[in-house]
Each structure stands twice: as C-alpha cells, then as structure tokens.
Design a protein around this ligand. Structure first.
Ligand code: ATP
Length: 218
C-alpha cells in the first residue's frame, strides 16, 4: 500500500525516562510529516553522556509502555542489542540496509541538532537520512558555522521534499513546547515528587515499581 513508501521517522534518545515532551514531539512530527511510523531507539551506552541511570532494559520497557496503543509508534532495540557505544551513523547504516529505498527521517530536538558536529562521522548522516529538527524551548536554529551552511545548502520548508527523496534534506518544524527534560524528572524523583502528567501513567508506575532514580548510589 501507499504507506509502504512513506517516510520512516527515527527517534533516538537515552529516554531515561521517556516523557510527554518526547511523545508529543514524535506525535506531532508523525502527523505533520505524514510518516509511516516513528521508531523509538533507546541508546545502549550513550556516547556523549556517560552511563544511563535506569538499565537499558528498563528504559526500553518504559518506551514500550509509553507507546502502547498507537500502532505507528514502534520500539526498536537495535542500539541496545549492539555491544558498546552506538553511533547514529552506524544505526542509520543499519536501517538503510533494511530499507534501501525508503525516505528515512532522523528526528531531533534543536539541542541535539546543535550538537551534531561533535558526532562521529556526522557529515555522512545526511547521505543516509533527512534530518528533521523540532524546536525546543530556549534553542535557536544555527545561522553560522557548519550547521548554518548545512541549513543553507540542505534546508527545506516543504514536507513534500521529505517524501520525494530518501535522504539529504534538513527540515525545521515548530512543535508544541513542553519544557520537560529527563534530567529534571530524575531530580523530581530524588526530591520525592510525583511525575503525574509529565510522563504517561504506565511510565510513572514503572518508575515507582522499580525504584529507579529514587536512590542515589553512595
Ligand atoms: P536529558 O535531560 O537527560 O538530557 P532529554 O529529556 O533531553 O534528556 P533525550 O533522551 O536526551 O531526553 O532526548 C532524546 C531526543 O528528544 C533528543 O533529540 C532531544 O532533543 C529530544 N527532546 C527531549 N526533550 C524534549 C522536549 N521536551 N521537547 C522536544 N524534544 C525533546
């Protein structure tokens, strides 16, 4: 069917834990870009951020719980299954082998996009996928430097460009601003606060049941 040729969204993150900012962003991009699906890829050992606090298995379990009920949202554990650090470029090479012709859209918050020039073999990423950037509170699009140049060379304001080719464009999209970060949520837990309405109920319950984030290692 037609959906078989529509772009696939790829949303990577530590998801430590996944929260409504992630979910609403993915949902709005899924709708706005007419994506066939959004694949959520929890990192194994995050390359830029040290070790995650919840285990990869628990982070995956929280992702699965968060996206249950929307068929177009899919949990993808390929980064966790790989041993050691996963670089985005390797993940995209892997997905490209699986979907040789498909439009692939790497979904990033603006903060993540601004960090891209520090990523391993980052320039190859645009040979493998489009990059779709969601505005995040407090972050401005780059106008200078390597990303400024990429915005000039590769930028598009047209969703159709993301369907017409399989990789190579950069598209910036405003989404509803939910100023939630995983770091802040972990701080709330340590302070004894309740995450209700910041994360899906099922994620809140997994956090409570597992006790993750609650105790600091001494
Ligand atoms: P931390 O606070 O631990 O840095 P985070 O909340 O930023 O975590 P990540 O798992 O690092 O979450 O983010 C994964 C992706 O989701 C990144 O592309 C990031 O820009 C994006 N993202 C995170 N929080 C939001 C939010 N509130 N709104 C939109 N995008 C977000």
């Amino acid at each position: 069917g037609a959906r078989m040729s529509e772009p696939i969204g790829i949303f990577g993150g530590t998801f430590d834990p996944i929260h409504n900012g992630h979910l609403r962003t993915a949902f709005e991009l899924w709708q706005a870009l007419r994506l066939a699906q959004v694949r959520f890829l929890p990192t194994g050992d995050p390359p830029h951020r040290g070790v995650s606090l919840a285990s990869p298995e628990l982070r995956l379990q929280m992702v699965r719980a968060a996206i249950a009920g929307l068929d177009a949202f899919v949990a993808d554990d390929r980064e966790m299954r790989r041993s050691g650090v996963s670089y985005s470029v390797d993940t995209l090479l892997d997905l490209r082998r699986e979907y040789p012709e498909r439009s692939l859209c790497l979904l990033l918050g603006m903060d993540a996009f601004l960090g891209m020039p520090h990523w391993h073999r980052w320039r190859e990423i645009l040979d493998l996928a489009h990059v779709v950037v969601a505005h995040r509170p407090g972050w401005k699009a780059p106008i200078t430097g390597p990303l400024g140049e990429i915005m000039v060379d590769r930028g598009t304001g047209n969703v159709r460009d993301l369907h017409a080719s399989s990789a190579g464009k950069v598209y910036v999209r405003a989404v509803t601003q939910l100023e939630i970060s995983s770091t802040e949520l972990r701080q709330l837990i340590i302070g004894g606060h309740d995450l209700r309405y910041l994360v899906p109920d099922a994620v809140r319950e997994l956090i409570l049941a597992s006790g993750c984030y609650a105790q600091r290692s001494s």
